[in-house]
Design a protein around this ligand. Structure first.
Ligand code: NAP
Length: 281
């Protein structure tokens, strides 16, 4: 059976993707940050096609652990990993770091997906599967702070968020560059402004207030879910990188092959992993 792994599946956009893809016949492994949110999502969906697993993807050891759990569930030869949807994400008002000392937005919004993709890559290659990143229109105003990638010296939460969403495109571009020939397709989706609670989770009073006002203009999470289904299930795989409301769109000019390679190699160093293990000559 075709399986799709969705991170950040317990609320907002990820929950809507999970619901729609399950209704479309996929078996879903959904990741949430903790047991409580997983149980809540499970009770909400009541769907035996969906399994929720808890892992704090901010921590490298948790990404590795949950990838091992997913691999045991994919062990049966009939289970194909159709797609990995790296959707988990967060906004932070202040500079905060992981156990490894990595800034939270960079670590969760980019590095977690980078590591999970690496761990699951053999399954994705075997199935000629797809990797879909949840990016954002916010990336359009981003730049890469190469000399201070965690923005430690002068922290600006919005710059950190925008940069992490630009990283999603650069990572997808680099994956295509490396693995297209082996049948893998990677995309970045802009879901638009969506009515979720992202801006009011672990954020300060001002950010919470601004988000509560801003999100009133947002769309229901079920709307962008259709873009993910399209990218997961269309055959042959659509050609393009950055997708929004049924179409491939223009993206930031900083999405170049050289920037994609630079981020890829920096991320390998930070995560202490090498994608070269999977590359054919
Ligand atoms: N809402 C928008 O307008 C908008 C626009 C553009 C892009 N996006 C992107 O869309 C994605 C989903 O966001 P959303 O708006 O749907 O917000 P959301 O409802 O807050 O969903 C975020 C998801 O990520 C999970 N998550 C957060 N921290 C985690 C951690 N440390 N480990 C594992 N999972 C974690 C959450 O799990 P728990 O429920 O367990 O906390 C939740 O399932 C994000 O990447 C965001 O940047 C959102």
């Amino acid at each position: 059976m075709d399986t799709v792994v969705v991170t950040g599946a317990t609320s907002g956009i990820g929950l809507a993707i999970t619901r729609l893809l399950s209704a479309s016949g996929y078996r879903i492994i959904g990741i949430g940050s903790n047991e409580t949110s997983c149980l809540k999502a499970h009770d909400l969906l009541h769907d035996e096609q969906v399994t929720f697993l808890a892992a704090d993807l901010l921590q490298k050891r948790e990404v590795m652990r949950i990838a091992d759990v997913i691999e045991t569930r994919l062990a049966h030869p009939d289970n194909r990993l159709r797609a990995l949807i790296n959707n988990a994400g967060a906004f932070r008002s202040w500079y905060s770091t992981t156990e490894e000392g990595y800034e939270h937005q960079f670590a969760l919004n980019h590095l977690a997906g980078f590591m999970l993709t690496w761990k699951l890559l053999p399954h994705l290659l075997r199935a000629r599967g797809r990797v879909i990143m949840t990016s954002s229109y916010a990336h359009l105003r981003a730049r890469m702070h190469w000399n201070d990638i965690m923005l430690k010296r002068l922290y600006n939460p919005l710059s950190a968020y925008r940069q992490s969403k630009l990283c999603n495109l650069l990572f997808a571009q680099a994956l295509n560059d490396r693995f297209h020939a082996q049948g893998l397709y990677a995309y970045a989706v802009d879901p638009g402004l969506v009515r979720t609670d992202i801006g009011s989770k672990k954020t300060g009073f001002l950010v919470t207030l601004i988000w509560l006002i801003h999100k009133r203009r947002g769309i229901d999470p079920s709307i962008p879910a259709h873009d993910y289904r399209y990218l997961c299930s269309t055959e042959p795989a659509p050609e393009g990188l950055y997708f929004h409301q049924g179409e491939f769109r223009q993206f930031n000019r900083l999405v170049t092959d050289s920037n994609a390679r630079r981020l890829f190699s920096l991320s390998e160093q930070l995560c202490d992993i090498s994608y070269d293990d999977y590359q054919k000559g």
